[in-house]
Design a protein around this ligand. Structure first.
Ligand code: FAD
Length: 403
């Protein structure tokens, strides 16, 4: 049986980019994905918030990320449909935008406050009566599906192997992981990296490991054909998501994520939308903080109705366009940085998940991660990656280090 240098589990943005970077270094890599059409990446808007760095680490990553996106289609030999467009962060009529200026001023490139009329000049489909103003900034954008496809094609050209099947478990011999199991056979590798997004925590738990990763159930409606052109990416200017994520990832509630089904905090609606170059348009999004993985307990019709209700006042022309409700899991960590690197106490097993703003920051992290592991994983040899290691949460009394 062939022993790969690396097996990468998950072909979302994280696994697609990382498998490519590992193959680019001449390593033998097997990329395995279960083919779920509703991965977070496949449901994503694909916005690149390269302006949103708030500290030295995120500013550096955002800058490196946008530079990479600008030349990625040429590098991969396949278009990612990269472009730069206007982001409109809309404010409800009763919100005084000036009171938020300081908050927006902390970003590397501060979005500027504009009037409802100026917002409509940018996006003619926007209903000015539904907003009190907006913040705007130039945003990057790619087609997420084409970006993954581009990475996969380049990966295979480099000799990488891709397989469509679910990983049912990890092969663990004492304190070493030596490969993966699928329904039909096992595959061996010197290293396995879990890049399975919102499924990563559960997959690792099956091997007796606990990691502080959390997820939302995210719901969008995809409208395959919209005749009216939309120019801007629209998102709410007053976001409740970060507060809700902080509640859901509180160390005090960490254990609930490994127990029976619980709703950790109430659902939120971020009314947003993006149109892709082919006219297809995504409207969203509901996020639910539930510990289960499936969509069985979610009322799809009600969810679609609430998404449509959220966007109807903003962009009335989209309200009745037929579409398909979709559900996916989006993973996040407790501090906004991903959880990457070797799992302490288990040789040969790594994690690469929990990204916030992955379209802005993940590509340089994948590149650095690949160089770092090829160089022998000397902790500290990449001080930036050193701050994303799983071990940073190990000292929390409520969150014991991974077993
Ligand atoms: C509506 C919406 C809009 C968004 N907009 C943006 C945006 O504008 N900008 C931005 O940066 N981010 C955005 N995000 C977030 C972003 O899309 C995700 O954080 C990112 O795509 C996650 O990538 P991932 O590779 O970690 O996970 P995923 O894309 O979920 O990939 C994980 C993969 O692993 C596979 N997998 C899981 N378990 C197994 C198994 N046992 N065996 C084999 N395969 C397995 C899954 O099927 C999946 O293909 C958005 C998300 C949503 C839902």
């Amino acid at each position: 049986m062939e022993t790969f240098d690396w097996i990468v589990i998950g072909n979302g943005l994280a696994g697609a980019a990382l498998s490519y970077e590992l193959a680019r270094l001449g390593l033998s890599v097997l990329l395995v994905d279960d083919g779920n059409p509703n991965s977070a990446t496949r449901c994503s808007y694909g916005g690149i918030a390269h302006w949103s760095g708030t500290n030295a680490i995120t500013r550096e990553l955002c800058q490196a990320g946008i530079e990479r996106h600008r030349q990625l289609s040429d590098e991969l030999g396949a278009t990612t449909e990269f472009r730069e467009l206007d982001l409109l962060l809309t404010l409800p009529p009763d919100v005084d935008g000036a009171s938020l200026t300081e908050q927006y001023g902390r970003f590397a490139i501060a979005p500027r406050l504009i009037s409802p009329q100026e917002a409509q000049d940018i996006e003619p489909q926007l209903n000015i009566n539904a907003i009190g103003g907006a913040f705007t900034v130039k945003h990057g954008h790619v087609n997420p599906v084409k970006t993954i496809d581009g990475f996969n094609q380049a990966f295979r050209r480099l000799g990488g192997q891709q397989m469509l099947t679910a990983v049912t478990g990890l092969v663990r011999i004492k304190d070493r992981v030596t490969g993966i199991m699928t329904a039909t056979q096992a595959y061996a590798a010197d290293n396995v990296v879990v890049a399975a997004g919102g499924y990563s925590r559960t997959l690792l738990r099956q091997t007796g490991l606990s990691v502080p990763l959390y997820h939302t159930h995210a719901e969008v409606v995809t409208l395959p054909q919209v005749d009216q052109p939309l120019r801007a990416l629209i998102m709410p200017g007053v976001a409740t998501r970060f507060e809700a994520e902080a509640t859901a990832s509180d160390p005090a509630t960490d254990g609930l994520w490994d127990g029976p089904y619980r709703e950790i905090s109430p659902p939120i609606l971020d009314a947003g939308m993006i149109q892709f170059l082919d006219g297809s348009t995504y409207i969203g999004q509901v996020s639910r903080f539930r510990t289960d993985l499936g969509a069985e307990t979610i009322d799809a019709a009600q969810s679609e109705a609430s998404i449509r209700q959220g966007i109807m006042p903003l962009v009335p022309c989209l309200a009745n366009v037929p579409g398909q409700w979709r559900h996916c899991l989006v993973t996040f960590s407790r501090d906004g940085l991903p959880l990457i690197g070797p799992l302490p106490g288990v040789e040969g097993l790594h994690l690469f998940a929990g990204f916030t703003s992955p379209f802005a920051m993940l590509l340089p992290i994948a590149q650095r991660f690949a160089s770092w592991v090829q160089g022998g994983q000397q902790n500290g040899s990449d001080s930036l990656l050193g701050q994303m290691l799983i071990t940073r949460f190990s000292n929390s009394p409520n969150n014991p280090p991974p077993r």
